[in-house]
Design a protein around this ligand. Structure first.
Ligand code: GLC
Length: 519
């Protein structure tokens, strides 16, 4: 029997380095004005939190050299660490120590675009004859002098995905900010350069990549207008060109040529599970692909049931191992979206009880809410500051940070921090830890099949099974008690409010309660 790769059974913890931890040890006020930024050394010093929690891997959002127009997703040197985050030596130390502690490390790879400060683009824009001119998408203005087509950019409402460069009189394409020109993946030298970036980090020992906006790399060579029905939608959430699949097969071969179960998980931001499935190819493209529809699903049992059934139909039925994401650096946190602490606790079961690889966004294990960021302090062009608030490590005024961080604290940080919650067995942090341990110990939960069970309105229940192991996971989405019949002989293994653990199950779910049951 072939060995199950770690990225199927494991849980990945996402770290947004800017907001995770700085070098620590200060009173948080050493630099007034809010300029403190988390560092790679800060991550290294906090690795024991991940070990204690019980995750298998961490994914670091970008820490590369960047002018920070998109806080690191605008890369100006893929093979160096931005000085605000530290140095390559810091990265090597972090990687070595994570490996010593049994943690895998994934890094973000921004393939669709670079920063406009990247030497490739600086060269490309310098003249129409530049050898790298074709590494980006340059086009003449439309006859009226406007952009070459009707594609819209992300973030800013209704802005064209094109910016005119006065020096050479042509427009360049950017599906995101004007500071993030799109690389032309039809140009072999650009592709080779991107492959070299992967080799640079694979040679250094990383366990894999989270590939940013990977569905967007292949473009329609004609750059045809979007049809009227889609004309106002940012192209970054609809671009779905067949040539991307050729690139992904090549990337898969590159990653798989390295020993040790390296992995590529792609951000396929197409909000339709049926459209995500092809990005796994015939298991020769992405190892894993993000599937975002569940993240955008309201707190409603029927809606969630539909999501689970779609995943079964479009992904597992064709041998594509699903992923689960309920929080990340681009979206309001689950605690904020679902609106109550009890729901935030139940959401942990929706994330960790599923068949597929869960991605847990740092701070969701603390039940953090989005920070309220006053307009004067808002910095992200995409309005995503709230979920990027710094992680509070303890109850001191600086919450374990040396300098005052770049964004305000999330609400209630005096209680919702790592140190206080570690002392409190009833905390959501301990709930996450129990669920992670339960998942790890149960083959049915970590690798088993999944099938939705009959349940009363407002309840979602599903069975997980391997030939030798079984679990039932149930979530009550209502604010009243509900009866659920799953047959006799079940014991409560984990309960979202802690009630009844270790005791025979009564068949009754409390309001907003979620459970893992074992036979
Ligand atoms: C992805 C990232 C997001 C970034 C965008 C452009 O969607 O998750 O943070 O702004 O790509 O790189």
């Amino acid at each position: 029997m072939t060995e199950v790769p770690w990225w199927r059974s494991g849980v990945v913890y996402q770290i947004y380095p800017r907001s995770f931890a700085d070098d620590g040890g200060g009173d948080g006020a050493a630099l007034a004005g809010g300029v403190g930024v988390g560092t790679l050394e800060g991550v290294r010093r906090r690795l024991d939190h991940l070990v204690w929690l019980g995750v298998d891997a961490l994914w670091l959002s970008p820490f590369y050299r960047s002018p920070m127009a998109d806080f690191g997703y605008d890369v100006s040197d893929h093979c160096d660490v931005d000085p605000v985050f530290g140095t390559l030596d810091d990265f090597d130390r972090l990687l070595a120590e994570a490996h010593d502690k049994g943690l895998r490390v994934l890094i973000d790879w921004v393939a669709n675009h670079t920063s406009d400060h990247h030497p490739w683009f600086v060269d490309s824009r310098s003249s129409r004859d530049s050898p790298r001119r074709r590494w980006y998408h340059w086009r003449n203005p439309a006859p009226d002098g406007g952009p070459p087509n009707n594609w819209r950019a992300a973030f800013a409402r209704d802005q064209p995905a094109w910016t005119l460069d006065p020096t050479t009189g042509q427009y360049y394409l950017h599906l995101f900010l004007p500071e993030q020109p799109d690389v032309d993946w039809s140009q072999r030298p650009a592709v080779e350069a991107m492959h070299d970036v992967l080799r640079f980090w694979l040679d250094r020992g990383v366990d894999g990549f989270r590939a940013d906006a990977i569905h967007a790399i292949g473009k329609d060579p004609d750059l045809a207008d979007d049809p009227p029905a889609r004309a106002g939608t940012p192209r970054s959430s609809t671009n779905d060109h067949p040539s991307t699949h050729d690139h992904l097969r090549e990337l898969r071969r590159l990653v798989d040529s390295y020993p040790g179960q390296r992995v590529m998980v792609g951000e396929v931001y197409l909000l339709d599970t049926a459209k995500v499935a092809p990005y796994y190819g015939d298991r020769d493209e992405l190892h894993l692909a993000f599937n975002f529809p569940p993240l955008y699903t309201p707190w409603d049992a029927a809606a969630w049931r539909a999501r689970l059934e779609e995943v079964e139909r479009h992904l597992t039925a064709v041998g594509a191992w699903p992923t689960w994401v309920l929080g990340n650096h681009d979206n309001p946190r689950p605690r904020t979206r679902y609106g109550s602490p009890a729901r935030a606790r139940a959401a942990a079961f929706l994330l960790l009880g599923q068949q597929g690889t869960p991605f847990l966004y740092a701070g969701d294990e603390l039940g953090l809410e989005d920070a309220v960021v006053p307009p004067g302090q808002a910095v992200d062009p995409g309005g995503r500051d709230g979920c990027r608030a710094p992680l509070p490590w303890d109850a001191s005024p600086g919450h374990g940070w040396q300098t005052r961080p770049w964004l305000p604290w999330p609400p209630g940080a005096a209680a919702r921090n790592v140190e206080v919650q570690r002392r409190e067995p009833a905390s959501i942090l301990h709930l996450y830890r129990r669920l992670l341990a339960t998942r790890r110990a149960s083959p049915a939960l970590s690798l088993g099949t999944s099938s939705v069970l009959d349940a009363p309105d407002g309840v979602l229940a599903w069975a997980r099974a391997t030939p030798d192991d079984r679990r039932v996971v149930a979530v009550n989405f209502t604010d009243g008690p509900r009866e659920l019949d799953v047959g006799p002989g079940w014991t409560v293994e984990v309960s979202s409010d802690g009630d009844g653990e270790g005791r025979p199950w009564t068949g009754r779910l409390a309001a907003d309660q979620a459970l893992v049951l074992h036979p």
